[in-house]
Write a protein that binds this ligand. Structure first.
Ligand code: BG6
Length: 257
C-alpha cells in the first residue's frame, strides 16, 4: 500500500515535470490547505534543496520572498557548513504584507537559523515615482540591489491572486482591475491571468521578472489544492526551474491541466 502511494507520487512528479516544463518537481504527501504539517514538510524539502544547490556553488547568495510557505522554509532551516558563507536577501522590497509575511522578516529568520548572513532592503510599500527614483540612486540601496540581482538561487512562493491582493490591503481600484482582467496567480508582487500574462505589478525595487534568467536557479514552493490554478498560471511564464508542492495541489493540477 505504502509502496504504491510512493510510486504514484513519483509518477505524478514526472508528469508535472513534463507538462510544466520544469527540471524537478517534489510532491509532499497530503494537502497543506487541510494539514499545516504538510507545509512544514515542503519547507524541509526546500531546505534540503537549498543545501544541495549551495554545495556545488562558489557564489552563495540566496534571494527569498515572503509568505507563509517561505516562512515554513525558514522554520525548518538548520545550520550547515555551506550556510556559514551564505548571504540571504529579500527578493523584493515592500509589497504591503504584514510583518510576519514580509520577505525582510523571513530573510532574517532563515539566515539566523542557518547561522549565515543577511542584509535587508528597507523600502516603503507605497511610494511615489519621484521618491522611488531618488531611492534607486542611494549608494547603499544600489549596492544591495546589485547583490540581489547577483543571487544564484531564488526561493519564492506563489499565491492565489485575490487572496494576496486582499491580504495586502490593495485599493479598490487594484482589486477591480484584478477581477476585471481575471487575475488568478501572484508571485513576486506580479499578478497573472490564466494564460500567464502579467496584468498588474506592485511597484517596488528588487528582482523583476526579467531578472529571473537562466543563470539563476529559481525554486517555487507552493501547495494546497486552492493554489493549483495559480501554480499552473504562474508556470506559463517559465521563470522557475523547480517546484516543491503537495499532493493536494498536484492532484488538482492534473485535473485542470
Ligand atoms: C509572498 C510572495 O510573500 O507570498 C508571493 O512574494 C507569494 O510571491 C506569496 O504569492 C504566497 O504566500 P503564502 O502565505 O501563501 O505562502
Amino acid at each position: 500500500e505504502i509502496m504504491k502511494d510512493v510510486f504514484d507520487l513519483k509518477k505524478v512528479e514526472d508528469q508535472l515535470k513534463q507538462s510544466l516544463d520544469l527540471s524537478e518537481v517534489f510532491i509532499i504527501p497530503g494537502d497543506s490547505d487541510k494539514d499545516p504539517w504538510v507545509k512544514k514538510e515542503m519547507g524541509r524539502t526546500t531546505v534540503q534543496l537549498i543545501k544541495r544547490f549551495l554545495q556545488g556553488e562558489e557564489r552563495k547568495i540566496v534571494a527569498i520572498t515572503g509568505g507563509k510557505t517561505i516562512a515554513a522554509v525558514a522554520e525548518m532551516m538548520t545550520p550547515d557548513k555551506q550556510m556559514k558563507e551564505t548571504l540571504f536577501l529579500p527578493a523584493r522590497g515592500g509589497l504591503g504584507e504584514q510583518v510576519e509575511n514580509q520577505a525582510n522578516t523571513i530573510c532574517a529568520t532563515i539566515a539566523t537559523k542557518a547561522m549565515g548572513h543577511y542584509r535587508l532592503l528597507h523600502v516603503p510599500d507605497q511610494i511615489s515615482k519621484e521618491s522611488y527614483k531618488s531611492l534607486m540612486e542611494e549608494p547603499k540601496i544600489k549596492e544591495i540591489l546589485d547583490q540581489i540581482r547577483s543571487a544564484n538561487l531564488v526561493v519564492h512562493g506563489i499565491g492565489e491572486a485575490r487572496t494576496m491582493a486582499e491580504r495586502r490591503s490593495s485599493t479598490d481600484e487594484v482589486l477591480h482591475k484584478l477581477s476585471e482582467k481575471h487575475a488568478v496567480a501572484e508571485a513576486f508582487g506580479y499578478y497573472f491571468n490564466q494564460v500567464g500574462d502579467i496584468i498588474h505589478k506592485v511597484t517596488t525595487i528588487g528582482l523583476q521578472l526579467e531578472d529571473m534568467t537562466n543563470s539563476k536557479c529559481v525554486v517555487a514552493v507552493a501547495g494546497g489544492s486552492s493554489k493549483a490554478q495559480a501554480i499552473l498560471a504562474y508556470m506559463k511564464q517559465k521563470k522557475s526551474n523547480i517546484l516543491v508542492t503537495d499532493e493536494g495541489a498536484a492532484k488538482s493540477l492534473l485535473k485542470i491541466h
